[in-house]
Design a protein around this ligand. Structure first.
Ligand SMILES: Cc1cc2nc3c(=O)[nH]c(=O)nc-3n(C[C@H](O)[C@H](O)[C@H](O)COP(=O)(O)OP(=O)(O)OC[C@H]3O[C@@H](n4cnc5c(N)ncnc54)[C@H](O)[C@@H]3O)c2cc1C
Length: 367
């Protein structure tokens, strides 16, 4: 089904529609998973579509003009699947950038066989540790939490700080069920993302699992700059909520009431603002702008998407009233998922840090 390196538009459109149908029919209990939806991506070759073979390794070839609609489309169809696919392509890109040919061959073989990948950065309790035990061997300890795709992800990139506080990456097999704690993910939303805890205590690995040099992971515009992909997934859910809101008001014959029309207008404004910020971030990150500036613009797109998402959720809930709180309402789960997924690490610090950076470069952005 792969008629070009990154999946044709037609294949992506069909996949997104099928994921949406499956997700809508899915039970959203505490043990929800997105296995059937991921099988759609697998069957259509879309998990391997963002790469092109090169020697034993591969190149990352997912152009923004295809990646943005794919991520937003999946986010609109189902936020859990969008989140999982976003982590997957993050690994594909990082291993293409920093991995050895052998590491790329490992990842390529895995994804060509239908494997899903993830980046598991958030530390659990106790935090993840890496100890050098000699003879090119490392002993792992501690845990990662909020690790999306427990049981679905088979290879994860796992960051850690070394003794000099440099950020390093390990490529690790993570399919040992005995180490998974899916019950640690009992959340109001994003249940099917299965973002639980994985325990690494006592695992010994070879230093062959180390990807790149210390602090490669921090290189921009791939580190903070890559946050545009997460923002794109969330944007898809925001646009879906606005469309669903209009459809519901129309069906209820309430759309023409001036206050409801005003809510729709505010929701469209917020969604459009968010889209324009994400598109600008994509252009900066993928279009070769200065790496630090591009990273700050990507971070700001994340913050704008967050505020837009919160506004749209409030407008939809106010406009539809109690109906939107019924478990079976078509917008109830997207709202739960989005309000959960919008909670990303430390928005206050991110705003302060990048406000300072952008304030020093205003002539470059106010052109
Ligand atoms: C659905 C979902 C899937 C995820 N999947 C993954 C994954 O696969 N891999 C992964 O690594 N992570 C994952 N994460 C976790 C994510 O990377 C973040 O770690 C997590 O979302 C942080 O959220 P938080 O609200 O706890 O952030 P916090 O940083 O705790 O922020 C909460 C609030 O506290 C404020 N705050 C933060 N620090 C301070 C401070 N020192 N003093 C005062 N205020 C402070 C913040 O500004 C914010 O207002 C996932 C998260 C979600 C929601």
């Amino acid at each position: 089904m792969r008629d070009c390196a990154h999946g044709s538009e037609l294949v992506w459109t069909g996949a997104i529609e099928e994921v949406a149908r499956l997700a809508e029919a899915r039970e959203d209990g505490p043990d929800a998973n997105a296995d059937a939806e991921l099988d759609v991506l697998r069957r259509l070759g879309l998990l391997a579509a963002p790469i092109a073979p090169e020697g034993r390794g591969y190149r990352y070839t997912f152009p923004a003009e295809r990646a943005l609609p794919a991520l937003a489309g999946l986010g609109g169809a189902d936020l859990s699947v969008g989140r999982l696919f976003e982590g997957h392509i993050n690994v594909l890109q990082l291993v293409a950038l920093f991995g050895t040919e052998a590491q790329q061959a490992r990842v390529r073989g895995a994804v060509e066989g239908g494997a899903l990948l993830g980046v598991w950065g958030a530390d659990g309790s106790p935090p993840f540790t890496v100890e050098n035990v000699g003879d090119d061997r490392l002993r792992l300890g501690g845990a990662k939490r909020f690790a999306s795709g427990l049981g679905a992800v088979s290879l994860a990139l796992v960051p850690y700080s070394d003794a000099e506080n440099r950020l390093c990456l390990l490529l690790l097999g993570v399919d040992d069920i005995a180490r998974m704690e899916p019950e640690s993910w009992r959340m109001r939303g994003m249940r099917a993302s299965r973002s639980g805890t994985f325990r690494f205590e006592g695992i010994e690995i070879s230093t062959d699992c180390v990807v790149g040099q210390p602090n490669d992971y921090r290189r921009e515009p791939f580190f903070m700059g890559g946050i545009w992909r997460c923002a794109a997934v969330q944007l898809g859910a925001i646009e879906r909520l606005v469309s669903g809101f209009v459809k519901e008001l129309h069906a209820l014959n309430r759309l023409d009431h001036p206050l409801q029309s005003a809510r729709v207008g505010e929701a469209i404004l917020a969604a459009r603002d968010a889209r324009l910020q994400v598109e600008a971030a994509v252009q900066a990150v993928e279009g070769g702008a200065d790496a630090d500036l591009a990273a700050s613009l990507a971070v700001f797109s994340r913050l704008r998407v967050e505020s837009a998402g919160l506004v749209v959720i409030q407008l939809v809930e106010r406009g539809l009233g109690l109906a939107a709180f019924a478990e079976a309402h078509p917008l109830a789960r997207p709202i739960r998922d989005l309000s959960t997924y919008l909670r990303q690490a430390n928005p206050d610090a991110v705003l302060l840090e990048h406000a300072r950076r952008l304030a020093a470069r205003l002539p470059e952005i106010f052109r």
